[in-house]
Design a protein around this ligand. Structure first.
Ligand code: ZN
Length: 382
């Protein structure tokens, strides 16, 4: 049984057939807000139910409730507000009206603006990230948002946005059917923003050992400098899954959504999204969605204690490494040896080797994965 959607009902705000045509026609004479890529794809995520039970951008009551208590007004757990910022002038004109939303000059959705309110970016940052350090990539992205006002209301999408990895774009409605067809009763979702090294593979396989299938669902879209490019993530997972996972044991699709680097709050957010895709379990690794040293390595695990009603089961998995005494890839729960026997899988070191066209050692990365990345050269990194 796939999991019930968050809040009980899978949201579908996608207009189809004649309704889509009519909306497109109406939208052509509406005031229009042109969105950047981040916000445009958030509209698509809202419309396709990724953020169920949200039907659109948050109104003030939900926004404040989430910042205050990590719950929507109706008490459903929610940790990161989904908001659209605009100028004061646009906010005032838009209030109580339908506005068209466009991306790269093409209208694709309508927003029924129910609410317009001033927001405090610092309060957002403080509550969501727990820090105000401008070096934190999430904080700096939030502080860089231009609009003084947020507008809230339901969206309706009438034209799909472009997706470079179309064959790997699946929406919750589709994955739910797919999981049922595969006969999976338990599904472990894996969030990532990296090309896979052996540590990731063992984390996923640990979860797969106890579930019917894994849903590998990397975030693509906005990231920080030094991260793997979207193409690198897709190509490297193709290599890993094809060569090292049994057929029928995984579903792979990309999710175009922002990365906040908000640690514990984002771990909950990631779990909610994957619950909407139908996952019953969610893998939470070491320093999930963390960056630098802002969060403790297992803070995200603790965050789940606050949400016994989340409706998706977290799978807490420790970091894997190579142990020269175990002669295996292990984690600290199953290896009794001390640090001198343990070889950590270093992302920085792997990156350096790949950039120089060298395969990292076998205990760090599968050769097929390394070759896929090496073939991309500089295009592998942002
Ligand atoms: Zn050992």
């Amino acid at each position: 049984m796939v999991s019930a959607p968050h809040g009980g009902r899978l949201i579908d705000r996608v207009a189809r057939g004649p309704r889509a045509e009519r909306l497109a026609e109406e939208a052509s004479s509406m005031p229009t807000i042109d969105l950047n890529a981040n916000m445009a794809y958030e509209v698509a995520n809202l419309a396709h139910g990724v953020y169920s039970p949200l039907e659109g951008f948050m109104t003030q009551d939900d926004y404040e409730s989430v910042l205050r208590s990590s719950r929507l007004v109706n008490d459903v757990p929610w940790t990161i507000p989904i908001v659209l910022d605009v100028s004061e002038q646009v906010a005032k004109q838009a209030l109580n009206n339908d506005v068209a939303l466009s991306y790269q000059g093409v209208r694709f959705a309508v927003l029924n603006v129910e609410d317009a309110y001033r927001w405090d970016r610092r309060a957002f940052a403080e509550r969501v990230y727990g820090v105000l350090d401008p070096e934190h990539p999430g904080v700096s992205a939030t502080m860089a948002r231009q609009g003084e006002f947020l507008i809230g209301g339901r969206v309706e999408l009438f034209r799909e946005l472009p997706e470079p990895f179309e064959r790997y774009r699946l929406w919750p409605k589709e994955t739910r059917v797919l999981f049922e067809q595969l006969g999976w009763r338990t599904i472990a979702a894996f969030q990532t923003r990296n090309a896979p090294h052996l540590g990731h593979e063992f984390v996923i396989k640990s979860a797969l050992t106890f579930t019917d299938g894994v849903f590998v669902n990397p975030l693509v879209g906005w990231k920080k400098k030094g991260d793997f490019t979207d193409e690198a993530i897709v190509r490297s997972y193709e290599a890993l899954l094809t060569h090292y996972f049994p057929k029928g044991s995984y579903v792979f699709s990309v999710l175009r959504a922002p990365m906040y680097y908000a640690g514990p709050k984002e771990a909950i957010h990631h779990a909610i999204m994957r619950k909407n895709f139908g996952a019953t379990h969610f893998i939470v690794g070491r320093d999930h969605a963390g960056v630098g040293r802002y969060y403790g390595p297992y803070d995200a695990w603790k965050a789940f204690e606050e949400f016994p009603d989340l409706g998706v089961t977290p799978l807490f998995l420790r970091e894997f490494f190579y142990c020269t005494k175990c002669k295996a890839v292990v984690n600290e729960k199953i290896c009794p040896h001390d640090d001198s026997a343990r070889v950590r899988i270093s992302g920085t070191e792997m990156r350096r080797m790949i950039t120089q066209g060298q395969r990292p050692p076998d205990y760090m990365m599968r050769p097929e994965v390394a070759d896929a990345l090496i073939a991309m050269g500089e295009r592998a990194f942002i």
